[in-house]
Design a protein around this ligand. Structure first.
Ligand code: ADP
Ligand code: ADP
Ligand code: ZN
Length: 214
C-alpha cells in the first residue's frame, strides 16, 4: 500500500504516521526528517535547505524531487510507503507522477488531514521533537518523562521553525502552495479527508476505516 499524508503543518501527520507505519507495515518517509538530518550533518543539501526552513518557506522543488526519486528507488520501500510532507506543491505532485510508473508503484490513497489554523498555532508552539522523528506536545501529548523521548530516550528540542513568526509564514505557504493539492487529488478521485481535530487515537481509528478498505 502506498499512501500520501497531506495536511498543514501541525495537523498530526507525523504523529499518525508512526501508528500507520506500525499497523500497515509501510515505510514512513518524512521529507522534513530527511532535511533536518541533512541540516544536522551539515551536508550541501542541508546547508542549502536550512535558510528556507528557518524562514518558514518551502525548500525549492528541484531539491525535494531529487530526494524523493532516490528514496523511492531503495529496496526497503518495495513493501509499501507513506509520504509525510511530500508533495507540498503541484510541481512536486507532477514530478511524483512521472517517477512512479518506472518503479512499478502507484498512489493508493491521499489522506488529507484537516485542522483549523487557530489550533495549528497552539499545536506548533507547544510541539517538542526528538531527533528520531517522534513529536510530543507540552499539554496535548506530553512524554512520560519531561524532556525525554518515550521511544528512544533522546533529549527533546523546540524546532527553530516552531516559533510564532515562522509558524505564520508556514501556514501562509501551506494555503498558497500546498492546499491546491486537495483539488488536484480530488479530481483524480483518490483523496480521503480526515477530521484531524480531537483525540489522537480516535483520529487514527478514522484513518484505519479508510485504509482497511484498500
Ligand atoms: P511540518 O511539521 O510543518 O509539516 P516538516 O517537518 O514536514 O514540517 O517540514 C519542515 C520544513 O522542511 C518545511 O517548513 C519546509 O521548509 C521543508 N520541507 C519539508 N518537506 C518539503 C517539501 N515537500 N517541499 C518543500 N519544502 C519542504
Ligand atoms: P505534523 O507532522 O503534521 O506537522 P505533528 O504530528 O508533529 O504534526 O503534530 C503537531 C503537534 O500537535 C505535536 O506537538 C503533536 O504532539 C500535537 N498533536 C498531534 N495530534 C494531535 C491531536 N489530535 N490533538 C492535539 N495535539 C496533537
Ligand atoms: Zn526519540
Amino acid at each position: 500500500m502506498d499512501i500520501i499524508l497531506l495536511g498543514p503543518p501541525g495537523s498530526g501527520k507525523g504523529t499518525q504516521a508512526k501508528m500507520i507505519a506500525d499497523k500497515y507495515k509501510v515505510k514512513h518517509i518524512s521529507t522534513g526528517d530527511i532535511l533536518r538530518e541533512n541540516v544536522r550533518n551539515g551536508t550541501p543539501l542541508g546547508n542549502e535547505a536550512k535558510k528556507f526552513m528557518d524562514a518558514g518557506q518551502l525548500v525549492p522543488d528541484a531539491l525535494l524531487v531529487d530526494i524523493i526519486k532516490d528514496r523511492l528507488a531503495k529496496p526497503d520501500v518495495k513493501g509499501g510507503w507513506m509520504l509525510d510532507g511530500y508533495p507540498r506543491t503541484i510541481p512536486q505532485a507532477e514530478a511524483l507522477e512521472k517517477i512512479l510508473p518506472a518503479l512499478g508503484q502507484k498512489i493508493d490513497v491521499v489522506l488529507n488531514i484537516d485542522v483549523p489554523d487557530a489550533e495549528l498555532v497552539n499545536r506548533l508552539s507547544g510541539r517538542r521533537m526528538c531527533k528520531c522523528g517522534v513529536s510530543y506536545h507540552l499539554q496535548f501529548n506530553p512524554p512520560k518523562v519531561a524532556g525525554k523521548c518515550d521511544a528512544c530516550g533522546g533529549e527533546l528540542y523546540h524546532r527553530s521553525d516552531d516559533q510564532a513568526e515562522a509558524i505564520m509564514k508556514r501556514l501562509d505557504a501551506y494555503h498558497k502552495q500546498t492546499q491546491p493539492l486537495i483539488d488536484y487529488y480530488t479530481k483524480k478521485g483518490i483523496i480521503a479527508t480526515i477530521n484531524g481535530a480531537g483525540d489522537i487515537k480516535a483520529i487514527f481509528g478514522d484513518i484505519t476505516k479508510v485504509l482497511d478498505k484498500i
